[in-house]
Design a protein around this ligand. Structure first.
Ligand SMILES: CC(C)(COP(=O)(O)OP(=O)(O)OC[C@H]1O[C@@H](n2cnc3c(N)ncnc32)[C@H](O)[C@@H]1OP(=O)(O)O)[C@@H](O)C(=O)NCCC(=O)NCCS
Length: 166
């Protein structure tokens, strides 16, 4: 699929909400309730647009063959704004088609070329192998593992810490 990332628009909120409001998608994202109200996504998109002006975060809407497929964001900068965390979600209909990996690569390229960042990081959970796999495919290195970081449904989950430097 042809994948592009672009700045979010307020009109993206409805489609992004439909994509995220799925237990298999939202269940792997921090801080979202399920079900997720549309108002929450509208607020997120509004904040995402505002954050571009302050550099607090750089959110992108992901398009796959010109259809809205998800969102990727550089967020939580450190003090000198040289290092950001990256987060992503892709709607289930678009999974396993290379969309997530291409979107991460494009956001990383933006971070290094346009923002002159020196590092981008991500944490993933060992019980969600796809999220680690896209980091690996996008050129991140596994920098460490925090064993037994969570217990989910009676099973221990390790936290994998990924990073890529310029
Ligand atoms: C993680 C996510 C973004 C991946 O998006 P995607 O567009 O499906 O990613 P890609 O198609 O580029 O790559 C997926 C890779 O994971 C692999 N994969 C998928 N499910 C897997 C599983 N259960 N076990 C092992 N590998 C798996 C795929 O085979 C593929 O790797 P490959 O190309 O080597 O075959 C998407 O699944 C998602 O949004 N999940 C919910 C939210 C989330 O987890 N966000 C990440 C938080 S850091």
């Amino acid at each position: 699929m042809q994948v592009k990332i672009r700045k979010p628009k307020l009109s993206d909120a409805r489609e992004l909400h439909q994509l995220i409001n799925d237990p298999e998608v939202i269940g792997n994202l921090w801080g979202y309730p399920y079900p997720c109200p549309l108002s929450r996504m509208k607020e997120d998109v509004q904040n995402g647009i505002k954050d571009w002006t302050t550099g607090q975060a750089y959110a992108f809407t992901i398009l796959a063959d010109d259809k809205i497929a998800g969102s990727v964001v550089l967020e939580d900068p450190n003090e000198d704004k040289g290092r950001y965390e990256i987060g992503i979600f892709i709607g289930k209909d678009f999974w396993n088609k290379g969309v997530g990996t291409k979107a991460i690569k494009q956001a990383v390229e933006f971070g290094f070329q346009e923002l002159n960042l020196y590092k981008i990081q991500a944490d993933t959970n060992s019980d969600r192998p796809a999220s680690g796999r896209i980091m690996e495919k996008a050129g991140f290195r596994l920098e460490g593992v925090r064993p037994k970081a969570e217990k989910r449904d009676g099973q221990f989950v390790d936290l994998h810490m990924w990073g890529v430097t310029k």
